[in-house]
Design a protein around this ligand. Structure first.
Ligand code: EPZ
Length: 419
C-alpha cells in the first residue's frame, strides 16, 4: 500500500486547476445505463472510483473508454448482475439498481457495505423504488429487484425521510424512464444532484426543480446518448482552499465552483481567510491571524460534511476554541485521533469536536481511514514541523486526482512511496 511522505511546506503560492467532480461523475456514470446511443462525458477526474465505475459498466454490458478526462459509454445488451467484488469497493455502484430496473425490469446488485464513516444504509433508495413499483428481496448479500409490470417503473409521489444525496440521484435517474410523473419531495439540493439532472436532460429527460427540495420528472419512452461536461469538484476545491491559509500562502483555484462553496467560504472568511473572485476561478489569500469558529455540517446549502475533516485541520491552526458538529454521518471523526498524534488538542464529545487552536503540528506516522480524513492529514503535514507519513492513501486516491502533483506544483514537498 502506498504512503505519502509530507514535509513542512510553504507558503504555497500559484495556481491549482480543480478537476471534475467525483460525486457528480459517479452517479452520472450509473445513469449512462439508461440512454441508447453513444455518451461522451467530459471533465471526468482520473480517480480509482471512476475506473471502478467503468469496470462495472463493462460488466453490465456497456462498452466504455477513458482517455484523458473524457469517458465514452455505449450500452449493448444489458446484464442485470452487479457483482459483490466491485460494489464492495465503491458503494455508489448501488445506483445502477434503478437504471437496470428501468431498462430491464430486473436487477441483482450486491448490497453496499458500510464504510469507516457509517453504516450507510440504502433504505431510502429502496423505499422510493418500491413506490415506483419495484419489489426487492435480499439474498446472499444481494439486492434482487424486479418490476412485476411490463413497461418498467411507474411514476410516484415520494417524500424522502431525509434529503439523501444518493437516494435523490437514484430516484431521479429511475424516474426518467418511468411511466408518468414522479415527484420527489425533501429531495437533496446538492449541486451534484443538479448535475445528474443536467446530464439526464441532455439525454432528453423531462426534469424540473433539480437543485431545490421538490423535483418533478415526467417519464419519457427513451433517452438518447449525448455529450455532457461534468461540474467541477467543490470538495477538492474546498480542500485546496484550506492549504493556502494553513501554510500562510496564496492560491488561485482555477475552475473553482464558487457559488457552490458559499457555506465553506463564509466560514473561512469568519476565520480570517481572504477571498477574491477572479475570471475563471477564486483567489484564496492568507489574511490576518486565524480565529476559531463554530461549524455544523448540514445538507446543502449548509456546510458540507465532506469538508468537515479539512476544516478541523484548519481550526487547529486558529487562535482560540473552535467547535465542529457532525450531523450527517455517525462516525466521521477518525481524523481526530491522528491529528492529536500530530500535536493537536481536539476532544470529541458525541457528534461534536472541540478544537483548541494554535497547538502547532509535529510530523508523525499517521493512518488514513477514509477519503476526507486522509486529505485532512496531508493538509496537517504541510504545516507540521518535521515529516509526516500518511499510510493507506488508497483512500485518498479514490477522491483526489494527483493530489501530490497539484500541491507540489505550488510549493509543497510531498513524495509518494510504494510500501
Ligand atoms: C454522498 O453520499 C457523497 N458520496 C458523500 O461523499 C457525501 O458525504 C454525502 O453524499 C453527503 O453529502 C457520493 O456522492 C458518491 P447520503 P450518500 O445518502 O449519497 C443516511 C465523499 O467523501 N442514509 O446523503 O451516501 C446515511 O447513512 C463522500 O466524497 C440513510 O439512512 O450520502 C447518512 O447518515 C463521503 N438511508 C445520511 O443519510 C439511505 O437510504 C446522508 O447520506 C441513504 C442515506
Amino acid at each position: 500500500m502506498d504512503t505519502l511522505i509530507v514535509e513542512k511546506s510553504g507558503p504555497l503560492h500559484g495556481t491549482i486547476t480543480v478537476s471534475g467532480s467525483k460525486n457528480a461523475a459517479l452517479p452520472i456514470l450509473m445513469a449512462c445505463i439508461l440512454p441508447t446511443g453513444r455518451i461522451v462525458l467530459e471533465n471526468v477526474p482520473r480517480l480509482a472510483d471512476i475506473h471502478t465505475s467503468c469496470k462495472l459498466l463493462s460488466i453490465l454490458g456497456c462498452h466504455t473508454t477513458f482517455e484523458g478526462d473524457t469517458v465514452t459509454v455505449e450500452c449493448g445488451t444489458l446484464n442485470p448482475h452487479a457483482p459483490y467484488e466491485l460494489v464492495k469497493t465503491m458503494r455508489a455502484s448501488v445506483l445502477c439498481l434503478g437504471p437496470l430496473l428501468a431498462v430491464l425490469g430486473e436487477a441483482r446488485v450486491s448490497m453496499p457495505g458500510g464504510c469507516a464513516i457509517g453504516a450507510r444504509p440504502v433504505d431510502i433508495h429502496l423505499s422510493g423504488l418500491e413506490a415506483m413499483g419495484a419489489s426487492f428481496e435480499l439474498a446472499e448479500g444481494y439486492i434482487i429487484g424486479r418490476v412485476p409490470r411490463p413497461g418498467g417503473l411507474k411514476g410516484a409521489h415520494i417524500v424522502l425521510r431525509f434529503p439523501s444525496v444518493g437516494a435523490t440521484e437514484h430516484l431521479l435517474t429511475a424516474a426518467a424512464l418511468a411511466e408518468g410523473e414522479t415527484i420527489i419531495e425533501n429531495a437533496a439540493r446538492e449541486p451534484e444532484v443538479a448535475d445528474v439532472a443536467g446530464f439526464l436532460i441532455a439525454c432528453g429527460a423531462k426534469i424540473e426543480g433539480h437543485g431545490t427540495s421538490v423535483i418533478r420528472v415526467q417519464g419519457v419512452d427513451r433517452l438518447r446518448g449525448a455529450t455532457y461536461r461534468v461540474m467541477s469538484d467543490r470538495i477538492e476545491a474546498g480542500t485546496f482552499m484550506v492549504a493556502a491559509p494553513l501554510t500562510g500562502g496564496e492560491l488561485f483555484l482555477e475552475n473553482c465552483p464558487v457559488r457552490e462553496l458559499d457555506a465553506v467560504i463564509q466560514k473561512m472568511r469568519e476565520m480570517g481567510v481572504g477571498f477574491e473572485e477572479r475570471p475563471g476561478g477564486l483567489l484564496v489569500k492568507s489574511g490576518r491571524e486565524l480565529v476559531g469558529v463554530e461549524v455544523e455540517t448540514l445538507p446543502y446549502p449548509g456546510f458540507p460534511t465532506d469538508m468537515q475533516a479539512q476544516m478541523t485541520t484548519l481550526m487547529c491552526h486558529a487562535k482560540g476554541l473552535s467547535m465542529v458538529e457532525e450531523t450527517i454521518f455517525e462516525n466521521r471523526f477518525m481524523h481526530v485521533m491522528e491529528l492529536n498524534r500530530m500535536g493537536a488538542e481536539i476532544k470529541v464529545k458525541g457528534n461534536a469536536a472541540i478544537v483548541k487552536g494554535q497547538r502547532g503540528f509535529t510530523g508523525a506516522p499517521v493512518m488514513a481511514s477514509d477519503l476526507r480524513a486522509s486529505a485532512s492529514l496531508v493538509l496537517a503535514g504541510l504545516a507540521a514541523e518535521g515529516r509526516t507519513v500518511v499510510e493507506r492513501i488508497y483512500h485518498l486516491d479514490r477522491g483526489y486526482e494527483n493530489i501530490e502533483h497539484k500541491l507540489n506544483a505550488v510549493g509543497a514537498r510531498i513524495t509518494r512511496a510504494k510500501s
